[in-house]
Each structure stands twice: as structure tokens, then as C-alpha cells.
Design a binder for this molecule. Structure first.
Ligand SMILES: [Zn+2]
Length: 196
């Protein structure tokens, strides 16, 4: 198991056919997740294209997330977390925290993506909308969205199968000004594992 440190990001190479197990070690931690085609980083997992492909806003077992070229890149093959994830919210960034009143630098998922990729000697072409694993953003009254604590429990996990050789990046979301990571608003570490 590899740790995604609290408030930080990691990236890893995953071969086609391997599975990425993302573990919510403490139970309330949102993990922003991205995937890029290892051969061409300009092709990446796209939430807007995936919602079309799956006909919904939250992937369920067997659903294939697709790229901005509409090709399958990750398939959700296991989920013990309660099945509540988010595809609607952009990754947090310095501007988000400034809007929330933060006057100093705040760790954020966007910088974590770039740092994680940089550790592999890579740079993403942009910051795609992430698959926000374990993030609980219900649509209420058919239109409004609310930020609620995750429903996942300690040690629960999701497994994503790679449908092409890819780079998968994670950020243990450092959001501590809204209950994204639980009512305690205390970001924690998470873990991942690559399975053959
Ligand atoms: Zn975040």
C-alpha cells in the first residue's frame, strides 16, 4: 500500500489490465482522481464525457469512465464505500480558498495533481475535472447541489481497472473550510494499491 499523505498528491503508472485500489483509510477523506493516457497526456479521463457514456452523474459498478476522446480509460469494478462519489465539482485550487476567505497559501488538489505528476517527470496538459472519490454532493430539488460529509467508512475502498496504459494521479483533498472531508473538517491520509 502506498500512502497519499494528508493534504498532498501522488501519481503512479498503471498498465492496461491492472487495477487501482483506492482506500479511504480513515473513512471520511475525499480523493480527487485523474487518469491520463500514458502515450499522450493530452488524452485524459473526462467527467463531462463520462457522464454521457454512463448516462448518469455517479459511476456505479461496471461503469466505464472515458477520455476526452471518448475511449474507456478506467472501469469501476469494486466499491465498498457506499457508492457515493462526485463528478460535478472542479478540483479545489488556490482561488477557491481565497474565495472562502483564506489569506495565505492553502494546499489544494490542483497543485497536488501537478506535484504528483512532476514527481514522475511529467506535466499534465491542464487540470481536468477530477473523479472525486467518496465526495458526497447530492443534487437536491432536481437542480441544487449540496456539500455533505462522505458516507464512506474506514477501510472502505474502490477498485478501478485500467483500460489502457495510463498515469493515475490522486489528491487527498485538503479542504478544511467546508465539510467535504467530514464534519470534523480534518483532512487525513488515504492509500492506494496497484493490483495485477
Ligand atoms: Zn480538493
Amino acid at each position: 500500500m502506498i500512502e497519499i499523505p494528508a493534504r498532498k498528491g501522488r501519481a503512479v503508472r498503471v498498465a492496461k489490465g491492472q487495477r487501482v485500489k483506492v482506500i479511504n483509510s480513515r473513512g471520511q477523506q475525499v480523493v480527487d482522481t485523474w487518469a491520463f493516457n500514458a502515450e499522450d497526456l493530452r488524452e485524459f479521463m473526462s467527467m463531462e464525457h463520462s457522464r454521457v457514456a454512463i448516462g448518469g452523474i455517479i459511476p456505479v459498478l461496471g461503469d466505464g469512465l472515458v477520455t476526452n476522446r471518448r475511449r474507456p480509460i478506467l472501469t469501476l469494478v469494486e466499491d465498498t464505500s457506499g457508492g457515493v462519489h462526485d463528478t460535478l465539482f472542479a478540483a479545489c485550487d488556490r482561488w477557491r480558498y481565497e474565495m472562502l476567505g483564506c489569506t495565505e497559501y492553502h494546499d489544494n488538489c490542483t497543485d497536488n495533481l501537478w506535484a504528483g505528476m512532476s514527481a514522475l517527470g511529467l506535466a499534465p496538459p491542464e487540470t481536468p475535472a477530477p473523479l472525486n472519490l467518496f465526495m458526497n454532493i447530492p443534487v437536491v430539488d432536481g437542480n441544487r447541489v449540496e456539500v455533505r460529509p462522505p458516507v464512506s467508512t474506514p477501510g472502505s475502498f474502490v477498485c478501478l481497472r485500467a483500460e489502457m496504459d495510463c498515469i493515475v494521479a490522486f489528491s487527498a483533498c485538503p479542504q478544511d473550510m467546508l465539510p467535504v472531508n467530514g464534519l470534523a473538517m480534518n483532512p487525513t491520509e488515504a492509500h492506494f494499491e496497484i493490483l495485477d
